[in-house]
Design a protein around this ligand. Structure first.
Ligand code: CO
Length: 228
């Protein structure tokens, strides 16, 4: 790829942009190669073992935000966490994608824990609070908008940043509730399969996860956080 910078000097501006973009993408592939080599060097047979099966104990449902990567912030290796991410870590029973991930994780992989992890400073939550969304995202975040209206009495007296942070927490709690009502989780509980659902929130400012103190292990536990 050494020829790329040399070529850039001889082509038009538009092509130059394209060329640099190609360079940027190429860099990812090169980094991947170095990473795979390093992994194999440090733990020979690592990838061969992973091809045989994946048996993660955790399902992570988090925000798509690039600053909240599940594996990195929990120090987990490939094969250790099954991940679903979307804008503002929403669990909707009408979302075929999320429901398939949950069902597969519970019924096939038989994860022991499901973690819903939101984060402070979530742009999705902020947009829902400010009513500044449009298009498909507006539709996607309608549940969080309703949640903010539901908690208006608590949120309104707060300063804007505090209100946003509180809504990020309330959103996690609401998504935990939503997840605990899914068929997959209830079938598991009824069949005696142990699945604990946890509500966490991550701080962009310090890289730390706060446990919101929610641990739902059976339908009765739901009452503790209000089955509204
Ligand atoms: Co977010």
């Amino acid at each position: 790829m050494l020829i790329l910078p040399w070529l850039c000097r001889f082509i038009t501006t538009t092509d130059k942009v394209r060329c640099c973009m190609a360079d940027e993408i190429q860099e990812l592939l090169e980094r991947n190669k170095s990473w795979a080599e390093k992994m194999e060097r440090e733990d020979p047979g690592f990838f061969a073992r992973l091809t045989k099966q994946q048996k993660p104990r955790f399902l992570w449902i988090g925000c798509s935000d690039s600053r909240v990567p599940a594996n990195q912030i929990t120090g987990l290796m490939p094969g250790e966490v099954f991940v679903h991410r979307n804008v503002a870590n929403v669990v909707l029973q009408t979302d075929l994608n999320c429901m398939s991930v949950v069902e597969f994780a519970i019924k096939q992989i038989k994860v022991r824990h499901v973690i819903i992890c939101g984060h402070y400073g979530c742009a999705g939550v902020a947009a829902a609070l400010e009513g500044s969304t449009e298009g498909v995202v507006d539709h996607w975040l309608s549940g969080i908008r309703s949640l903010s209206s539901q908690h208006q009495a608590e949120l309104e007296p707060l300063a804007p940043e505090a209100a946003q942070s509180r809504l990020c927490e309330l959103n996690v709690i609401d998504q935990v509730r939503s997840l605990c009502r899914t068929g997959a989780i209830n079938d598991a509980w009824r069949g005696g399969q142990q699945v604990d659902v946890h509500g966490w929130i991550y701080g962009l400012q310090d890289g730390l996860i706060r446990d919101l103190g929610i641990r739902i292990t059976c339908p009765e536990d739901l009452e503790r956080i209000g089955n509204a």
